[in-house]
Design a protein around this ligand. Sequence first.
Ligand code: ADP
Ligand code: ZN
Length: 435
Amino acid sequence: MTMYWNKKAECMGREEMRRLQSERLVKMVEHVYNDSTYYRKRMDECGVKPQDIRSIDDISKLPFTTKQDLRDNYPFGLFCVPMEQIVRLHASSGTTGKPIVAGYTKEDLEMWSEVTARSLMAAGVTKEDIMQVSYGYGLFTGGLGAHDGGTLIGASIVPTSSGNTEKQITLMHDFGSTVLACTPSYALYIADTIKKSGLDIKDFKLKTGVFGAEPWTDSMRHEIEEKLNIKAYDIYGLTEMCGPGVGCECEYQNGTHLWEDHFYPEIIDPETLQPLPPGEKGELVFTNLTKWGMPMIRYRTRDLTTLHYETCECGRTAVRMSKILGRSDDMLIIRGVNVFPSTIESIILEFPECEPYYMIEVDRVNNTDTFDIQVEVHPEYYTDRITELSALKKRITARVQSVVGISPNIKIVEPNTIERSMGKAKHAIDHRKFE
Ligand code: ADP
Ligand code: ZN
């Protein structure tokens, strides 16, 4: 049976949703115009006044906000309330440069807990559950975000944070944790560590995983589900909106439901910046409708995806987002071809000989891009029989060539060579300099 944390909001009719979004946008635009020198300047530059925004349809009149704007105004330049109203500060992990800072009012933290509670419950988490939060606690939003959402539901939270994997596993076993919340890469690492330590996964009570904070593929999902004997759900979020809990999959796993009464999503063409119709692939843009401390107006996430507005089998009307294909700035352009690490991941996982760890390395030698992929095979396959490994290398090369269109140099590395990640995994290193 489908459970909802907030059925009214999650299953609201589309007309009513548009009305609510319109009301909230009007109020938000007044707030940012009146209370932030940054947004007032931006809006004045575009010749938009708060009175021009009467409904959600007017949103395209507003200027975009980018990560660069956040960096240029580091640390507090986009805050829209006096510091005395800010009760929490977080910062993004800075995977792509200088960290960006987010400030929350008390009300903002309540909103964040509410959306995370919706997300966790969509994945089936209830107050009966013992939820181990193995996202990092600290400036990263993952730990405290999942913690507060789970607490609101009433689940028993085990705040282990990430790291200390052996101890995590002991606690998971002894406490009988039923839910694991962490990055998919860390879930995999935990699974492998359990196996290595000779424990039987059947002696654990885990049934659900809520994994996010980085892109992962369906093949990776199956791998984790099998190893941990659980059902794995995709949870999505970003520091600029609040953190994890912006959306999550339901039991039908037919896309990630976004809580659009709080975060208004648009899909734009990243080149022309024009909004695209539902179903078309482009860059996801979000507007905070209910966050007062540091609201983001038309924030360009760089995440590439599609949006679907048909009501889901679970009864939720909340828009569904397809899996994130990558960030538009994560994308590697190698010999003129767009390459997403997620594509490479899917290919590698097609080979039963391979481990789900890989590293793409790109460089430029004599004006030509090099394209190396380090791949790990299971220890049992890692034999000295060169012929077998070179046959495998050839098959992977051919497969990448046929899917991506360019030929990689596959390097089969010894088991356990590629760094295991306890947070967000890094899948590509680009040594090229573009000046
Ligand atoms: P940073 O921008 O430094 O990586 P965040 O922690 O705010 O810091 O990361 C947010 C980004 O992480 C999202 O914009 C998206 O690219 C990625 N992300 C988060 N959750 C998911 C998910 N479930 N699937 C794919 N990507 C995700
Ligand atoms: Zn659903």
